[in-house]
Design a protein around this ligand. Structure first.
Ligand SMILES: *Cc1c(COP(=O)(O)O)cnc(C)c1O
Length: 382
């Protein structure tokens, strides 16, 4: 079959590599960050130093919320948000089976039981299925702004209000995403963000942020992330050590200044893909794009025919693609005790077999985008 040959063999195209990671390009000139780290070495305020407060202020401003609290990771952000809301053993939290495992991991580690609700055609928690999953034990809903698209917060908040549930947004993939101009992170009681190297606002290791508009929650969260220390020697509540490192906050402050062009490049790249792939609609399904939502494209995920073959074909042609995620959470070994069987979430399971993530990040040049599109076109129309 023609598709077993690479484009290079067939057309003498020069070798092109489209990487999934952009870190080498992004940090090719690290002098500005390194200079600030040198100043940190002189001062030595490695834990909860000035840069952390500066970053928390900038992050809160970006998401139009009153408070942002820096923590160790996005996973800790979600876990501590649940803890601060008093959610734990005996409680149920409604969330998505199609997410990075940390969403469910945070719920389980809080002591609560995760209860899943299927996805809609945007890969987001289907609000029409939430009420059926509510029991007397339900305490919270944790929607995931997957791919950098915003979950349907209007409907989710209405359900939460009606049933007196808390809402924690998993915004790990959605820095600066917005609905009708209002950024994610301020819709629920609290939200968790990730600063992982492959997230849109990234640092040099692990980091996370919690946003909230509640002064009480913010106070609890600052205690929880720092052993519950009220003063150097007095402990108000028991907590853990989950501080955002000053060093990572320095990197975060730097990237905060570059976030606009980073996000705009991702949005522009996604629009180019959308336009090209809309002409291949018999093979490719693009999720609906809502004009009032600012999607920030942490990932660009489409549903494609012959997914595994296309995946391999693109890899063979130098285009690094991924699957987010190849095993839905309810079918993971770790989730066995929850008792879900194959077929429990048909939309998620069908998507799992068809989804493919193409590189959409800021280091994907126009030339590379055109190459990826050409590869996909040649696969379906050799
Ligand atoms: C990355 C991610 C997390 C966890 O963030 P870490 O910083 O890696 O701990 C949680 N939820 C989702 C949806 C993520 O993509």
């Amino acid at each position: 079959m023609a598709i077993s040959k690479t484009i290079k063999e067939k057309t003498n195209m020069t070798e092109m590599k489209v990487g999934y990671s952009y870190l080498a390009e992004q940090f090719a000139d690290p002098e500005a960050i390194l200079n600030r780290i040198k100043q940190l070495l002189k001062k030595g305020d490695f834990t909860l130093g000035n840069a952390v407060e500066e970053f928390e202020k900038g992050f809160a401003q970006l998401h139009k919320v009153r408070f942002a609290i820096g923590v160790n990771s996005g996973t800790d952000a979600l876990f501590l948000a649940l803890k601060a809301l008093g959610i734990g053993s005996g409680d149920e939290v409604i969330s998505a089976p199609n997410s990075f495992i940390a969403t469910t991991g945070a719920i389980v580690m809080s002591g609560a039981k995760p209860v899943f609700v299927d996805a809609n055609d945007e890969y987001l928690l289907d609000p029409n299925l939430i009420e059926k999953a509510i029991t007397p034990k339900t305490k919270a809903i944790m929607p995931v702004h997957l791919t950098g698209n915003a979950a349907d917060m209007e409907k989710i908040l209405a359900i939460a209000k009606k049933h007196n549930l808390r809402v924690v947004e998993d915004a790990a993939q959605a820095v600066s995403a917005a609905i009708d101009g209002k950024p994610v992170g301020g819709f629920g009681d609290a939200a968790g963000f990730s600063l992982h190297p492959l997230k849109n606002l990234n640092v040099w290791g692990d980091g996370g942020m919690i946003t909230t508009n509640s002064e009480d929650l913010a106070r609890s969260l600052r205690l929880l992330r720092n052993h519950g220390l009220k003063t150097r020697d007095e402990i108000q509540i028991f907590g853990i050590n989950s501080r955002l490192d000053t060093l990572q906050a320095i990197v975060g402050n730097h990237i905060l200044n570059e976030l606009k062009p980073i996000t705009e490049a991702r949005i522009r790249n996604a629009a180019i893909y959308d336009k090209a792939f809309s002409k291949l609609s018999q093979f490719i399904k693009i999720p609906p794009r809502k004009p009032n939502v600012r999607q920030v494209y942490h990932t660009y995920v489409i549903q494609v025919q012959d997914r595994d073959k296309l995946h391999k074909y693109l890899l063979d042609n130098g285009v690094d693609t991924k699957i987010h995620y190849p095993i839905p959470i309810h079918l993971q070994e770790a989730a066995k005790h929850l008792g879900y069987k194959k077929g429990a979430f048909p939309v998620t399971e069908k998507q799992t077999d068809e989804i493919l993530t193409l590189p959409v990040h800021q280091a994907v040049t126009q030339e590379k985008i055109a190459y990826v599109i050409e590869c996909v076109e040649k696969f379906y129309k050799p």
